[in-house]
Design a binder for this molecule. Structure first.
Ligand SMILES: [Zn+2]
Length: 311
């Protein structure tokens, strides 16, 4: 018979369901029971750590004093400082946040910002957290990361997550939060225009002689929004990737290898920031462009339209 402290319970476990049904005191009592079980599991890990690591762990900030007071000193620090190790997600497409959480001596001390300048990625080969800059960072500038999953909601939602959902227990005073009306309007504008104008590319391909349908007409809105996103410090938003990807594809379809590589390189760099991909050489990027399924659609479209006109 296994010791109960080392038995993993899950919602599908009949023993767990029996315990659930027998729990008196409702959800609060059930929550206490689950937290107590997690504390025991963390204790099993904690006891295997070196003394110096244990001291470093206990020196981390704990925003969950109620856990400490309830005799759960480990779980509060885990909830305050833990980061989902997304790169260790199950290969079968399970929870995208992965099944592991890591607490780091230094990484866990990096402050939050709603317009962060670094993103982190857990490198399973190096078994270490890597930091990558989302934009140029000045010497002496504080590194900041994002504790929320999404940086684009309005401030009231971001703050609710920080104080109520995740219970980090602080009021964010980052650049975005200090200028709430402006930053809320900016986020709303970016989200309204989150979809690049694919239809303009199609119109241009079908009638490349149109005065109003120049190359600039196809790309200028995405270029403008990218500049605006950079002004707001929101390079880690999904919209930033969407517009970079569109520009690379648009110039690819137009048959402009130089411009397509330029934007693809920016897009690839942003992907690296998010998921730790290796840097790609110019030769690799050029090969991607000229072997892309949309490469020089402009030429094909011209041939097709000439054929239609002369038929
Ligand atoms: Zn903020």
């Amino acid at each position: 018979m296994p010791n109960s402290s080392s038995t993993t319970l899950s919602a599908s476990d009949p023993m767990f369901l029996r315990a659930l049904l027998n729990t008196e005191g409702g959800p609060a009592s059930l929550e206490r029971m689950l937290l107590q079980k997690m504390e025991l599991e963390l204790k099993g890990v904690f006891d295997k750590m070196l003394k110096a690591e244990q001291e470093a762990y206990m020196a981390l900030h704990n925003a969950h004093n109620h856990d400490e007071e309830a005799g759960r000193p480990l779980i509060g620090r885990w909830k305050t400082n833990g980061f989902a190790l997304c790169s260790l997600a199950m290969p079968d497409g399970g929870d995208p946040d992965g099944i592991y959480t890591g607490v780091f001596r230094d990484r866990s001390k990096i402050n939050h910002s709603c317009c962060p300048n670094v993103s982190s990625y857990f490198n399973p080969c190096a078994f270490a957290m890597e930091f990558r800059a989302a934009r140029s960072i000045k010497k002496g500038e504080e590194l900041t990361t994002n504790y929320n999953g999404d940086i684009m909601p309005p401030r009231v939602e971001r703050q609710r997550y920080l104080t109520e959902d995740a219970e980090y227990g602080f009021i964010c005073t980052c650049r975005s939060c200090k200028s709430t009306p402006d930053s809320n309007r900016a986020r709303s504008y970016i989200q309204r225009n989150k979809k690049p104008k694919q239809w303009q590319l199609v119109v241009w391909l079908m009638d490349q002689s149109r005065k109003s349908g120049s190359e600039d007409w196809v790309v200028e809105e995405s270029v403008e929004i990218l500049g605006f996103i950079e002004q707001q410090g929101l390079e880690l938003s999904p919209q930033y990737q969407d517009h970079l990807s569109f520009l690379a594809e648009a110039y690819c379809a137009m048959g402009s290898a130089r411009k397509a590589v330029l934007w693809l390189r920016k897009f690839a760099n942003v992907r690296r920031v998010h998921n730790g991909e290796e840097e790609r050489s110019l030769e690799e990027l050029l090969s991607t462009v000229v072997n892309h399924g949309r490469w020089n659609w402009a030429k094909r479209a011209r041939v097709m339209m000439n054929h239609v006109r002369t038929a």
